[in-house]
Design a protein. Structure first.
Length: 445
């Protein structure tokens, strides 16, 4: 049986450690390279001299880096560590025995060198079970030129818009829950969902008494990591001999996100659509060609729509989203297209509510359902019927002891196994209810 849990490289661990050190230094307001000895400028001032103090050419003040008279470079970052424990199944890692393989680290920087122009980038690493494994990646690196409120342009590795949470899914401070509804915002699929190499046009158009509409139209290439969520899913599904998984390939994608901020205060509605062109992967069937063996190149074209609704009222936030996607697939065997195009449709939805009890406590809950095939929501006639669906009720508690420190506790009651995507560690799956506990703490600056 193929071992999917590969060892993490020492260099990745060291780089992740450097990110943590940088974040901790900024959070606690200290320079890790210096002790408590006063600088020459401080000593001169404390001695009561009137000698002028030279402005340093290079300084780090809080989270702003100043170099001469150039615009400051602003730094932000975060470090998160979580714990997952579950009954019955390993989910998002080896959670049946309790798993600490649930971590995120990021360090970002931005600068505005010219009017209307911002340059920003973020280094990011994470670990969710056997996905990510602390490999540091360039999460985004882009130039943003805002011509006016109605029009702007971004280019580079841009953040991909989709629904309420996709563009901010790594920002723990932006939500009450630990684990977002996984059918819509899978924590293992960041290489697919977080960013693309390309560009976008965006803006906000006022509608007088009708509120306003914001838009973002984007296009570019999605590049999938060899240890990302999609690659791990394919490895798991193609792990049994004589099948041999080989590779997953990047693909072009285009999409649009629209938001209508209605005249009703706190109420907005959104619609998102994308088309992924030629999502493909390669594998071998190690049997004689006469029996169908050889090299396989599977190709999928994926149109998708997502609808969002959010209402903020007093101390409450209510949200609901629905996503539907079609998968049109065919195979190229030994360089020849031999199979007709097949069609499968998937959908997922959730509703949620969160309440801000006071400045340090939030309570939230959501219910979500995910279906792998809308034509057979119960999995009738399939080898594992519970793989056709997954239903999840989550209850979350968020504590903010400090503005830069968040602690969360969350429980899940789950029915179905559609999103487990780990048949190797979960060979026996059924429709009985199972449970998960999640803990997470995050520091940020």
């Amino acid at each position: 049986m193929k071992q999917l849990y590969k060892s993490k490289s020492n260099s990745s661990k060291l780089t992740a450690g450097a990110l943590v050190l940088a974040i901790a230094s900024a959070v606690y307001g200290q320079d890790a390279t210096q002790g408590t000895t006063n600088s020459p400028a401080t000593s001169a001032n404390s001695a009561g001299t009137n000698a002028p103090v030279a402005k340093p050419f290079f300084s780090l003040q809080g989270t702003d880096l100043h170099i001469g008279n150039l615009p400051p470079i602003t730094f932000h970052g975060f470090a998160s560590q979580g714990y997952l424990g579950s009954t019955t199944y390993d989910y998002l890692g080896k959670s049946k025995d309790g798993s600490f393989e649930f971590s995120e680290f990021a360090l970002n920087a931005s600068v505005s060198p010219f009017a209307h122009t911002t340059i920003s980038a973020q280094a990011f690493c994470f670990d969710v079970g056997n996905v990510g494994q602390y490999d540091v990646s360039l999460d985004y690196a882009m130039v943003d030129y805002n011509v006016c409120n109605e029009f702007g342009i971004r280019g580079g590795r841009i953040i991909r818009p989709e629904g309420i949470y996709n563009s901010i899914q790594s920002i723990d401070l932006a939500r009450t829950s630990i684990i977002l509804p996984q059918g819509m915002y899978d924590a293992r699929w960041r290489d697919f969902s977080a960013s693309i190499d390309g560009g976008s046009l965006y803006g906000d158009i006022g509608l007088h008494k009708g509120g306003d509409v914001s838009y973002e139209v984007y296009g570019g290439m999605a590049n999938l990591a060899p240890n990302g969520g999609i690659a791990r899913l394919l490895e798991d599904s193609l792990r049994n001999p004589p099948t041999q998984y080989l590779d997953v390939n990047g693909f072009p994608e285009a999409g649009i996100q629209l938001w209508w901020n209605t005249p009703v205060q706190g109420l907005r509605a959104g619609v998102f659509a994308l088309y992924a062109f030629g999502v493909s992967y390669d594998y071998k069937l190690n049997i004689p060609p006469a029996f169908g063996g050889g090299g396989y190149h599977s190709v999928l074209n994926v149109p998708e729509e997502q609808f969002s609704l959010e209402y903020q009222w007093k101390s409450w936030t209510f949200q609901a989203e629905y996503r539907y996607e079609d998968l049109y697939s065919h195979n190229v065997i030994n360089g020849i297209t031999t199979t007709p195009t097949t069609h499968t449709a998937e959908d997922t939805w959730y509703v949620s509510a969160a309440y801000q009890a006071n400045h340090w406590l939030q309570v939230g809950a959501y219910y979500t359902e995910d279906y792998a095939n809308v034509a057979n929501r119960t999995g009738d006639g399939t080898a594992v019927p519970s793989d056709a669906y997954q239903k999840d009720f989550a209850l979350s508690f968020r504590f903010d002891p400090k503005p830069w420190w968040v602690i969360k506790l969350e429980g899940h009651a789950i029915n179905g196994t559609a999103l487990i995507a780990d048949g190797q560690n979960n060979p026996n799956r059924n429709g009985r209810e199972w449970y998960m506990l999640a803990l997470k703490t995050t520091v940020s600056f």
